[in-house]
Ligand binder design. Structure first.
Ligand SMILES: NC(=O)c1ccc[n+]([C@@H]2O[C@H](COP(=O)([O-])OP(=O)(O)OC[C@H]3O[C@@H](n4cnc5c(N)ncnc54)[C@H](O)[C@@H]3O)[C@@H](O)[C@H]2O)c1
Length: 371
């Protein structure tokens, strides 16, 4: 007799580990990479009801000691090698916040071991890395949620739903920006060495802009087919892109559905320049008007006044991506920011980076990855 698929899945130890726990049952989780970001995430995990931090893992003994002390309530085991963590049978979930170049190998190994994974962005910094995680996810009984937490901001979700619902008719163009003043040299000193090394971080567009590009993909409800752009490390003296992390770039993307996106990120925005706002913003231009996504304001082409799209009571509501991660484990649901969202965002950023480096248009096809 043929084994029913569900029964078959449950026979492997990996699948057993990934089996969703009923609400009353404790979920055992491990933290891998507990530096700056991991120290925030460990607090978020500790705040979850019925979740135990069973292990902490970092190559830095100081980071391990700090994490063990922060999570002393749960008395976690301490590891330097993530592969040993993934051998823990009782473990159902891992939270990964290592340098970017390690996300894909750790994520793929976690998925192979049947552990649900909350993985910091980007899911990979090369097309090959992204492909590796996608392949592991297809075979795994566990899921990956990507740390693109903007997907869990309630206001943003509402406004994007409004756009999908036709509030500006057909959306045509997205203009998005993430500007800041030049990074002070003393602020650079505190950065970890992997961050500045584009071979480890993926460069600014992949390490950082991946959040913003993901929001644009979400709005477009599509994936880009090509990118063209330019960028450099401008400060303190201009250097070509490709060695040290850029501090300024602009990319133009054309989407599958023929929308286009102008994205720029410049760390040279004078504080006194107010006519062009600093920080992160997105404007979506369509048939019937334009939406300021960040503020949730609609500017109708035929209206005389802008209109607020987010009720006052919901403005400024924070994301809670970590709570949703453990809820989805328990409820056996796929995450909203799943592996496809992760892969599409990473590939969008990688395509933009390659266009900048190669000084020519780069197409999605050239990346050679099936999402
Ligand atoms: N989602 C967000 O808003 C957000 C914000 C900041 C950073 N991040 C991402 O989080 C990740 C970590 O950034 P960070 O600022 O915390 O960096 P960090 O350098 O402070 O921390 C990385 C930690 O990983 C450890 N590590 C290195 N190799 C390891 C290995 N093989 N096994 C286990 N641990 C290892 C390091 O010792 C360090 O403690 C990056 O990918 C970054 O892009 C995301």
């Amino acid at each position: 007799m043929k084994t029913p698929r569900r029964e078959f899945l449950l026979t492997s130890a990996a699948a057993l580990a990934a089996k969703a726990a009923p609400p009353e049952q404790e979920v055992h989780a491990a933290m891998i990479g507990i530096g700056k970001r991991g120290s925030t995430l460990i607090q978020q995990v500790l705040a979850q009801p019925n979740v135990k931090i069973a292990a902490v893992c970092d190559i830095d003994p100081q980071a391990r000691d700090n994490a063990q002390s922060v999570a002393r309530r749960d008395n976690p085991r301490s590891f330097t090698d993530y592969r040993q963590v993934l051998e823990m049978k009782e473990l159902q979930a891992v939270v990964v916040a290592t340098p970017c170049d390690l996300h894909a190998p750790i994520a793929a190994a976690a998925l192979d071991a049947g552990k649900h994974i909350y993985c910091e962005k980007p899911v990979g910094i090369t097309p090959e890395q992204v492909d590796m995680v996608l392949k592991a996810a297809r075979k795994s009984s566990a899921f990956l949620q990507i740390g693109q937490q903007l997907r869990y901001v309630p206001g943003l979700r509402k406004v994007i739903d409004d756009i999908r619902g036709g509030i500006i008719g057909q959306p045509f163009v997205i203009r998005a920006q993430r500007d800041s003043t030049p990074v002070r040299p003393d602020a650079e000193v505190g950065r970890p060495s992997w961050y500045k090394d584009v071979k480890r971080s993926g460069d600014l567009i992949v390490e950082n802009a991946v959040h913003n590009l993901d929001v644009c993909n979400w709005v477009a409800n599509s994936k880009p087919t090509s990118a063209y752009g330019h960028g450099k490390k401008y400060f303190p003296t201009p250097e070509p892109a490709g060695t040290w992390m850029m501090d300024g770039f602009c990319v133009e993307y054309i989407y599958d559905n023929d929308m286009h996106l102008d994205y720029s990120q410049l760390y040279m925005h004078p504080r006194i320049l107010k006519d062009l706002p600093q920080g992160q913003w997105y404007f979506v231009f369509g048939q019937k008007g334009t939406v300021d996504l960040t503020k949730g304001i609609l500017y109708g082409l035929n209206e005389t006044q802008p209109r607020e799209l987010i009720p006052a009571s919901e403005r400024g509501e924070k994301e809670d991506a970590m709570t949703q991660f453990f809820t989805d484990i328990r409820e056996k649901k796929q995450p909203f920011a799943d592996v496809k969202v992760a892969a599409t965002a990473a590939l969008t950023a990688i395509m933009g980076r390659e266009a900048i480096y190669r000084r020519r248009m780069v197409t999605w096809k050239e990346l050679g990855v099936e999402v």
